[in-house]
Design a protein around this ligand. Structure first.
Ligand code: 13P
Ligand code: MG
Ligand code: MG
Length: 375
């Protein structure tokens, strides 16, 4: 019998550490992350890849050290610090934005960056997509992933696989809970689809954390759910989540999970986190510069062999996606042109608190008038 292979871990760390405005990092900052990892990470990772989407830098690492590995977290933390130093040297805007001002104590979780760590037994032909979003929040994945796993219109595998018809287990997190631990619920996409859809309507609060095959128990997808706004009173910026999604075989086909993004979902984000904007599928490295929007999602497809990632293929490069981008851009501009008051998210979901200060400052100027005389 062949000896059991060690498990592979795919870790993703993503942070905004500055740039010109909020549109993209300077290329020298991305180069510096690469340089730092190459110079200091030999023996820690098996492979890595660095990319940008909007103003965020994402590091994806293939390794066999398991999640929460201190050496790897420290390496990536220091790589982001190195890029921050490059940003500072350029007097870049918002240098170090997503790194909370706290000392590293063993784990990057809770320090600002978005993180996912997926530990798997590699399948033959293991293929995984790294999705990165900018100018939005974790709930922006819900519309796409619910459809891509749970509906016959978007997951053709459901027609062909009796196993897949057992559904996917969606682990949904209550992002407003602030007690100890996490508040989660698990729902099956086959038998409980209406309830799952109802929950995910509340985009700011209930977010997908992971998706698992009900038939095999294998992990299909993970979404980063760290909420910057609720974790720091001073931070300004959006969560800009990342997700890993395994495809083919017992999971959704690659073309299906990419194709669902052609719908151009309406998501919270953009315009200083105060709007509902369109989610535009973009090529990796695209900047975000149309009125702080639209929100964007990139897709990099990797195969992985014993922790060694291939170079990525860009999932949104086919010419079809130019047409989708045109549609997204048109709808987004139209939405912006008809909105009544410059803010389209409920006030409690807005990420910059300035408007609430403005409203507060106006309170003393209200007068009570036209009080009916006592009879
Ligand atoms: P980022 O989170 O992408 O930095 O966006 C900040 C912002 O609110 C721009 O207006
Ligand atoms: Mg930014
Ligand atoms: Mg960003």
């Amino acid at each position: 019998m062949e000896p059991k292979k060690p498990k592979t871990t795919i870790s993703v760390f993503k942070a905004d550490v500055g740039g010109p405005g909020h549109i993209m990092p300077f290329p020298g900052m991305i180069d510096e992350v690469r340089r730092y990892l190459e110079a200091n990470g030999q023996g820690i990772y098996k492979s890595f890849h660095v990319s940008s989407t909007g103003d965020d830098i994402a590091i994806i690492v293939g390794h066999q050290r398991g999640p929460n590995d201190k050496a790897l977290h420290e390496l990536c933390y220091k790589a982001f610090i190195a890029a921050t130093n490059v940003a500072k040297g350029l007097n870049a805007y918002a240098a170090g934005q997503d790194l909370f001002d706290t000392a590293f104590c063993g784990n990057l979780a809770g320090m600002g960056p978005q993180i996912i760590e997926m530990e798997i037994d590699e399948r033959k032909g293991e293929t995984v997509v790294l999705f990165c979003m900018d100018k939005t929040r974790a709930g922006a994945f819900s519309g796409a992933f619910r459809r891509a796993c749970g509906t016959v219109e978007f997951n053709t595998g459901l027609l062909h696989s009796v196993k897949m018809q057992q559904g996917f287990v969606f682990e949904v997190l209550d992002n407003y809970y602030n007690g100890p631990g996490e508040r989660v619920i698990r729902l099956n996409s086959n038998s409980e689809m209406p309830a799952l859809a109802a929950l995910l309507v509340v985009e700011d609060r209930y977010v997908i954390k992971s998706i698992t095959s009900a038939a095999t128990g294998e992990l299909c997808a993970m979404v980063s759910t760290f909420c910057l706004d609720r974790s720091s009173s001073t931070h300004v910026g959006k969560d800009d989540p990342v997700a890993l999604f395994r495809v083919q075989g017992g999971f959704t086909a690659l073309g299906d999970v990419l194709g669902v993004f052609a719908l151009c979902f309406l998501v919270g984000g953009g315009m200083r986190g105060s709007h509902k904007v369109v989610l535009m599928p973009v090529e990796v490295g695209t900047c975000v510069s149309d009125g702080d929007g639209p929100a964007v999602v990139s897709a990099q497809v990797f195969c992985i062999n014993e922790g060694v990632l291939t170079d990525p293929t860009d999932g949104f490069k086919q010419p079809t996606w130019d047409k989708v981008r045109e549609k997204a851009s048109r709808i987004n501009s139209w939405l912006r042109s008809i909105e009544p008051d410059g803010v389209t998210l409920p006030l409690n979901e807005i990420e910059y608190h300035g408007i609430q200060d403005t409203l507060e400052a106006l309170q003393p100027r209200f007068e009570i008038v036209n009080v009916p005389a006592a009879t």
